[in-house]
Design a protein around this ligand. Structure first.
Ligand SMILES: [Zn+2]
Length: 261
């Protein structure tokens, strides 16, 4: 069963040098600048541009992620499109094993034409960038960060499958899920040492909590919850203020009941 697109994204800390100026062209939209190799078909670039604008607007509006500095003029995000996969590795310094490269701080995405699962990658990574920018937090529980991105990816997938929910119910009934107190402590370094199966459980569970919070209450309540986090409340305090849920254990109980009534 396919649960996740299996996109392996490499996170860059510094944007690499752009495409050589004499070999490049630029396409501007309201919130993005697409910098690409000159040889790339213009129709393809328009497609990328339209998709990026569509996700930007939809993701921003979904939970009212209004930020102090909108992505306009010089503040636009960039999408770099190399000539092909070989040039993507060579010019951008993106690892051979990666399917996409993202610089979250610099708001830049690195890709190449006809990249596999491009729209899923774009919705997932743009959610990370917009969500982190909105909260303005250095530290965000990984489950919430990834849960939000997978939620948006799932929501805007053309044909989202039900497989996630079948597996989730199985995972709950067989008690194979991660206790919420432990889940909340999981950060990227620990996740890197886990098996593929455990990482899949982590993503599925993180997605399911966001889906539960929106499904049981509303997007409006979820926006409130995020607003409390933005205002500096920790995860327990924000849960209590928005949902009257006092502990992660209580959240876990309600979550379980939601999927296994
Ligand atoms: Zn992610």
């Amino acid at each position: 069963m396919k649960i996740f697109a299996g996109i392996i994204v490499f996170s860059l800390f510094l944007s690499p040098a752009s495409i050589n100026a004499k070999d490049s062209k630029e396409l501007y939209s309201d919130h993005f600048i697409i910098v690409s190799d000159k040889t790339i078909d213009q129709q393809y670039l328009y497609k990328v541009k339209n998709m990026a604008e569509y996700f930007y607007k939809t993701l921003t509006q979904e939970f009212k992620f209004i930020r102090d500095e909108p992505w306009l003029w010089k503040n636009r995000a960039k999408i770099f499109v190399a000539k092909d996969r070989g040039e993507y590795v060579k010019q951008f310094g993106c690892p051979e094993w990666s399917n996409a490269c993202v610089d979250y701080q610099g708001k830049a995405i690195f890709t190449y034409p006809q990249q596999k699962e491009f729209s899923l990658m774009l919705s997932h990574e743009l959610t990370h960038i917009i969500f982190r920018e909105y909260l303005g937090l250095q530290q965000l529980p990984l489950w919430l960060d990834e849960g939000m991105s997978v939620y948006m990816e799932h929501k805007y997938e053309k044909k989202p499958s039900n497989d996630k929910f079948i597996l989730l119910k199985k995972m709950i009934s067989e008690k194979k899920y991660i206790k919420f107190d432990d889940l909340n402590k999981l950060a990227t370094p620990e996740l890197k040492g886990k098996s593929k199966g455990d990482v899949d459980i982590f993503y599925l569970e993180s997605f399911s909590i966001v889906n539960f919070l929106v499904g049981k209450w509303s997007r409006y309540k979820m926006s409130n919850f995020f607003k409390f986090l933005k205002d500096g409340y920790n995860i327990n305090e924000a849960l209590c203020k928005a949902y009257n849920i006092r502990t992660l254990e209580e959240l876990e109980k309600q979550w379980m009941k939601f999927y296994q009534p």
